[in-house]
Ligand binder design. Structure first.
Ligand SMILES: [Zn+2]
Length: 97
């Protein structure tokens, strides 16, 4: 499994990946991040950070975007799900029809 495939598997499970320097952040439901997957992420941390930093970053949640066709919000790339949430919030705030 390549690093991009591993990042995509995490994303499918609702786990967002972000990095700050040499720190890798995994955010998402703990039930989707079982011990084996977490161990693989720890073992391949440097590779995941190197790959994630090359990918576009979501302007809403700041996690890497592994989707092939990312959405955009305010002209900046975002995850489809993040864009939907932002659109819903803007709609409630009556900024959109
Ligand atoms: Zn996002």
């Amino acid at each position: 499994m390549t690093a991009v495939e591993l990042l995509a598997e995490l994303a499918r499970g609702g786990v967002a990946v972000a990095c700050d320097g040499a720190t890798l952040f995994l955010r998402g439901p703990r039930t989707r991040l079982d011990a084996a997957l977490l161990a693989e992420c720890r073992r391949r941390k440097a590779e995941l950070i190197a790959t994630a930093t090359r990918l576009p970053m979501c302007c809403i949640c700041a996690a890497s975007i592994v989707e092939r066709l990312p959405a955009s919000w305010g002209g900046e790339p975002c995850h489809h799900a993040c864009g939907e949430v932002a659109f819903g919030a803007a709609k409630v705030a009556r900024r959109y029809g």
